[in-house]
Design a protein around this ligand. Structure first.
Ligand code: SF4
Length: 161
């Protein structure tokens, strides 16, 4: 494939149990405009941070995912992966088609905001679970599983519409 991305990868965790149900392969992308007070990683806000993603790198990632039979799924986080939805759509489609794994995506937008935006909405097709909403410090609760504040919702695909 000759095309490349304009997205930048901040981190890759090849096996994690904190980014969703089961053992997951997590990809963290830079770029976020929400500026939540108390954000876990302000460095991730700048879309110029991180390493430029290429199709070659994404192919390697998909191969790595397919080689690890212990993995339950993939998690896409950031930053906000929907900061650049046109590019993210290509990543989601590629990973879904190559790995067939369930995909969790963390975004600072609410599900309603995603559905009301033509570009972001297209990404829902390849997402199995959306963790939505900004991080709100006053609603932070360390006991919450897979989310930082109680306003954030873990929404399965069946409940997107
Ligand atoms: S959406 Fe996430 S990455 Fe963006 S500012 Fe809020 S907590 Fe930080």
């Amino acid at each position: 494939m000759g095309q490349e991305f304009t997205l930048r990868l901040l981190n890759v965790y090849k096996e994690t149990i904190v980014d969703g149900v089961g053992l997951r392969y997590s990809l963290y992308f830079s770029g976020c405009s929400h500026a939540c007070p108390g954000c876990h990683n302000e460095y991730s806000w700048n879309p110029k941070h991180g390493t430029l993603l290429t199709f070659k790198k994404l192919e390697e990632i998909a191969e790595e995912i397919n080689a690890n039979t212990l993995l339950d799924g993939i998690t896409i986080s950031g930053g906000d992966p929907l900061f650049n939805p046109t590019e993210m759509l290509k990543v989601l489609k590629f990973l879904k088609e190559k790995t067939k794994k369930n995909i969790w995506l963390y975004t600072g937008y609410t599900l309603e905001q995603v559905k009301n935006d033509e570009e972001k909405k297209c990404c829902l097709e390849y997402i199995d679970v959306l963790v939505d909403g900004k991080f709100i410090q006053a609603l932070h609760d360390p006991k919450l599983k897979f989310r930082g504040s109680s306003n954030q919702k873990i929404i399965k695909k069946a409940d997107f519409y």
